[in-house]
Design a protein around this ligand. Structure first.
Ligand SMILES: CC(C)(COP(=O)(O)OP(=O)(O)OC[C@H]1O[C@@H](n2cnc3c(N)ncnc32)[C@H](O)[C@@H]1OP(=O)(O)O)[C@@H](O)C(=O)NCCC(=O)NCCS
Length: 152
């Protein structure tokens, strides 16, 4: 198999990302009959594009994985650079391509970008199974966060 290519997704990559999202949903819940999903996804992708960077993994030109970072620029403060942080979301590699390091390549590319931009932190909520995956690249639990869930 050829080496995976990792790159930042462009505006035109919406359909490839939508196809990965559909494949992820099908893996979790079986095939879902929702003909409007792609249009909804492309609308979301266009709106999010200014503040969310997505990475794509491709093998032989086909998209096999993705990950994205939503950027939060903190309120400026006089005399200080308060910095920017990011929330990592939607990490997914097609089942047939898992456990070969593609997710780690995506994560490394994302973290290289975050470090290059001097983001103060990258935050995420891992699934139980993915905890070692994130720990290997330096993430650790931090319980300072308060969360309020929707009532009812
Ligand atoms: C998490 C994920 C993107 C990693 O991609 P990958 O290409 O398999 O990553 P790598 O080969 O670099 O690393 C493999 C590691 O991923 C983790 N992993 C493997 N299968 C997984 C799964 N079904 N779900 C979550 N994490 C998984 C494990 O930590 C594994 O290493 P380990 O077996 O030594 O603990 C991929 O497993 C996936 O798409 N999982 C399903 C979607 C998901 O759960 N996403 C949210 C994660 S917060």
């Amino acid at each position: 198999m050829t080496e995976p290519v990792i790159r930042i997704a462009e505006a035109a990559d919406g359909p490839a990302l939508a196809a990965l999202r559909r494949a992820w949903t099908a893996e979790q819940h079986g095939a879902v009959d929702d003909a409007e999903f792609e249009a909804r996804f492309l609308d979301w992708y266009e709106r999010e594009f200014a503040r969310r960077i997505s990475w794509l993994a491709e093998v032989d030109g086909a998209a096999v994985g993705m990950m994205n970072l939503a950027i939060f620029a903190r309120m400026p403060q006089p005399g200080r650079d308060v910095g920017t942080w990011g929330y990592l979301a939607n990490a997914f590699v097609l089942k047939a391509h898992r456990d070969r390091g593609i997710g780690s390549l995506l994560l490394r590319a994302l973290l290289d970008h975050a470090d290059g931009q001097r983001y103060v932190r990258v935050v995420l909520r891992p699934s139980q199974r993915a905890i070692p995956f994130y720990q290997r690249l330096g993430f650790a639990a931090d319980h300072d966060l308060f969360v309020r869930h929707r009532p009812g």
